[in-house]
Every structure is written in C-alpha cells, then in structure tokens.
Design a protein around this ligand. Structure first.
Ligand code: DOR
Ligand code: ZN
Length: 344
C-alpha cells in the first residue's frame, strides 16, 4: 500500500503550555489533527471553568489562518475541586474531561490530588453528569520503583475506583504496561486508554543502552520490550478501547539535555506519520483509521471529523531541531528517516 486515506485524526492527549509557547505548539498540534484534548498542567493549573475559557481563547488566538482545529479543554483536579465546578464544566460545552494527576507525579503536578479519597464526591458528580476522567495512572510513593508505578496504581487504586464508580467514563492516559492493557481490555465499556507514539516505538533499552537519550525521557517512563509489544498489539488490534493520544509535551532543548532533564517528548512535528509507521510495521494499516480517527471520538461521544487526510509512502527526515521562542526544541525521532508523509 502506497497511499492511505483516512478520516482526519484527533489527538486525545496533548500539552500546549501557554502564552508565547502557543505560537509554536498550536500550529504543530493542528498538523494532521482535527481536535486535541488540551492538558491543564499549566503553572498555575487550569482548575476552574473560567480559567479554562481564558486558556481556550488564548489558544484560539494562535490557531493558524483558515484552520478549524478545535481545542477540547480539561479541568485539573485538586483536593479542593468542588462538585459545583464539575457541574459548571459539564454545562460549559467546551470542557470535555477532568484530569487526575497524583500530586508530584510529573511536570506541574504539585497541585494534584494527594489522596483519591479526597475527590470521591467529585468522582460521583462526574459519573452523574457524564464527565470523562483522564488519569495519570501512577503512584508517587517513593518506595515504589519508577518502572512499577503504573502497575501498582492499577492494583492499589484503579481496580477499586472502577468498582465504586462503574458508570464513570475513565481514560487511563499514555499507558505503558501489559498490566494496563489487560486492565483496560477486562474493564467495562466505560474504560479506555490512550497510547503515545514513543511508547509504541521505543522501550527502555532505546533510552538507556549506550548512553542516556534524554529526548526519550517521558512519564510514565518507557518500560521493557514485552510491554512495548503489548501496547503495539493493543493499538493495532482495532479494539475500540484504545486510541491515539500523543502526549506531545514541549520542553526546550536545554531543559531536556540537562543534569536533571524534564520529562516529555514533542511528537507533533511527525505524530501521524510515526503512528502510521507502527501500524505499517505490524501489517495493520487497515486498523489505523479506527485508532486515529474513530475510537476516541466514539468514546467521547463526539462526531467524526468531516474531512480526510492522505498519507503517502514517501521518505523524509524529521528535523534535528526546530525554533522554540528564543530556544530550540528537539522533536521525537529527530533526524530519523520516516517512510510515510502527510500530504498538505
Ligand atoms: O512526560 C510527560 N510530560 N508526562 C507527563 O505526564 C507530563 C508531560 C509534560 O507536561 O511535560
Ligand atoms: Zn500528558
């Protein structure tokens, strides 16, 4: 197959940051996508409907001329989120989920939830009004090994949470393990997961063998190859519970190439093509449209995008770096040759 025509995909998990960063991140997010679920981990985080509306307006002001890419906004849950705010979010029409970050789990998560028990009333209201919960599914206890944090979160908290709230719509974001795949498959129809390109393309050997590659460091961290294989199998299977979420997360080159480097991979410059490569290598291009353009919209109860995109089998090289304000940013798979190319 040399050409692929599919419904315009959506990105169900991404980071844009704020203000002048939006000049780079918003146009990048629109490339090959119709909509994007915008993570609220700004500093300070987006915790209210009013803050989400103001952020929405700032994002739209950087949308390229003629683009109708749509940012889908998300509230950041804290120990102090009120059920009134959840009801207002559900009525807003532009807020499509609430994000649970365990406090301290990742970039700008210090205001996250310190104990799931603190938000049980909020989860009950979300279940009642049909608001989706997006989970950063990792424990943060310092005695739990970083490679086990997702699996332990599922065992310790998630299994009980989905029993307590069987009608709550839950997305386990950026899954990284066989355990997460198994949990999602075994769950009811209200449980789904997003999968990033980096977790499909790489395992921890790629990040650590022969020297540390800081541009592959993200959270949850890359795991061993058996987990990578389980994620590929889930993504290409066509199962409706798995869909595209890049977790594209911009950090400057120097903040990644540092003695304490930031977590996050900026995948937007080649995101659709990187996913296409995974499906191609697995011999599953027939299921690419479901993963990229259909399953997520169905889960969120949104219509499919009306336009289509074309990908051609045409070799190109992902840039080594791109300008990012006064600095530079290194995209995921920088310098790599890639076989698929999005037609403009
Ligand atoms: O690698 C990551 N980067 N994981 C996250 O959960 C957050 C993200 C970011 O905001 O940079
Ligand atoms: Zn993220």
């Amino acid at each position: 197959m040399d050409q692929l025509n599919i419904i315009l995909p959506d990105d169900w998990h991404l980071h844009l940051r704020d203000n002048e960063s939006l000049a780079t991140t918003v146009p990048a997010a629109t490339r090959g996508f119709g909509r994007g679920i915008v993570m609220p981990n700004l500093n300070p985080p987006v915790t209210t409907v009013a803050a989400a509306k103001a952020y929405y307006d700032r994002i739209i002001s950087y949308r390229p001329e003629g683009s109708d890419w749509e940012p889908l906004m998300v509230l950041y849950l804290t120990d102090n989120t009120t059920t009134d705010e959840i009801r207002a979010a559900a009525e807003s029409g532009f807020i499509h989920g609430c994000k649970y970050y365990p406090a301290g789990a990742t970039t700008n998560s210090d205001s996250g939830v310190t104990d799931l028990a603190n938000i049980y009333d909020v989860l009950e209201t979300m279940q009642e009004v049909g608001m989706t919960l997006q989970l950063h599914g990792e424990v943060t206890d310092c005695d739990i090994d970083i490679f086990d944090r997702e699996a332990v979160f599922i065992e310790r908290y998630l299994k009980q949470m989905v029993k307590s709230f069987p009608n709550l719509r839950v997305i386990l974001e950026h899954i990284t393990t066989q355990q997460a795949v198994d949990f999602v498959i075994a769950g009811n129809e209200n449980i789904a997961a997003t999968i990033t390109p980096q977790h499909l393309l790489y395992n921890r050997n790629h990040m650590l063998v022969g020297g540390i590659r800081p541009h592959l460091f993200c959270l949850p961290v890359l795991k061993r190859d058996i987990h990578q294989k389980a994620l590929i199998e889930a993504a290409v299977s066509g199962n409706k519970k798995f869909f595209l979420g890049t977790d594209s997360a911009p950090h400057t080159k120097e903040s990644k190439e540092s003695c304490c480097g930031c977590a996050g991979c900026f995948s937007h410059p080649a995101a659709v093509e990187l996913y296409a490569e995974v499906f191609d290598q697995a011999g599953a291009l027939d299921n690419f449209e479901a993963f990229a353009s259909i399953n997520g919209a169905d889960f969120y109860g949104l219509p499919y995008n009306k336009t289509k995109i074309t990908l051609n089998k045409e070799s190109w090289t992902i840039p080594e770096s791109l300008p990012f304000g006064d600095s530079k940013i290194v995209p995921l798979a920088a310098g790599n040759n890639i076989k698929w190319k999005l037609e403009n």
